[in-house]
Design a protein around this ligand. Sequence first.
Ligand code: NAP
Length: 246
Amino acid sequence: MTDPVLILGGTGEARALARRLVDTDVPVVSSLAGRVRDPALPVGEVRIGGFGGVAGLTGWLAEHRPVAVVDATHPFAQQISRNAAAATADAGVPLLALRRPEWRREPGDDWIDVADIHAAAAEVGRRSRRAFLTTGRQDVGAFAAQADTWFLIRVVDPPTAELPPRHELLRSRGPYDVAGERELIDRYRIDHLVTKNSGGSMTSAKLTAARDAGVPVVMVRRPALPEGVTSVDSVAAAADWIDQLR
Ligand code: NAP
C-alpha cells in the first residue's frame, strides 16, 4: 500500500493507530486540529490545522487520495466527524470511526446522566455548591452563569471563554490516579464531579474516586456518530479494517 491512511486525531487511540500502521509499513498522515499548545505528536507524517469545512476536507482528499480515513477524534468532537462523513461520501473514500468504549456505571456509582453540556450546567446550578469541572477548556463557558457554585476547573491549556465568577483553575494533563483524584475531592470539599463520557483509562480515576467518596457525577452523554458511519472501539479492530482494504 503506497497511498496513505488519513487519521483524524487528537486522541491516544489515534496515536496508537498511527504507531501500529507505521510499524506494519502502512503510510499514514495524522491530522490534528492544532488546539493544544504542546500536543503529543503521533509517529509518521503529521499535518496541523483545520481543513476548511467539508469543502476543504473534500479538496484535501482529492489531492492526497488516501486509501481510507479513520476518524479517531475525541467522541465529543462532533463537527469534524460530521465533516468527515460528508467529505468522504463526496470523495468516495472509505471511512471508519474509532471510538473508545464509553464508561459504564458500576455498583456504588451515583451518576446523573445529561444530554449535553448545557443540561450539565443547569444540573450543577440546581445541585452543587462545590463542583469539580473536568469537561475540558472548550466547554467551560457553559458554566459561566452559575454564580452560586464554586468550581475547581481542571484544564490542559487556559480557557479563553468567560468563566464562572467563583473558581480555581487547575492546569494539568492526565493520566491521573485514584489517590490523587480523591485528594482533590477531599481538599476542595467537592460535592459533585462534572465530566463528559469520554471513556478510556487516562482520566477514569476520577470516577473511582467519586464513587469511593460518595460524590455524585454529572455525566454528559456522548453525541451520536453521523448516520451510516461504521465504527469500531479498538485500535486492533481499526487496523484489521484497514488490512482488509489492501
Ligand atoms: P470539532 O468541534 O469537532 O471541530 C471543529 C473544527 O476543528 C473542525 O470543523 C475542523 O476545522 C477542526 N478540526 C477538528 N479536529 C480536527 C483534526 N483532527 N484535524 C484537522 N482539523 C480538525 O472539534 P473539537 O471538539 O474542537 O476538537 C478539536 C480536536 O481536539 C479534535 O481533533 C479532537 O480529537 C481533540 N479533542 C477534543 C476534545 C473534546 O472534548 N471536544 C477532547 C480531547 C481532544 P475545519 O472545518 O476547518 O476542517
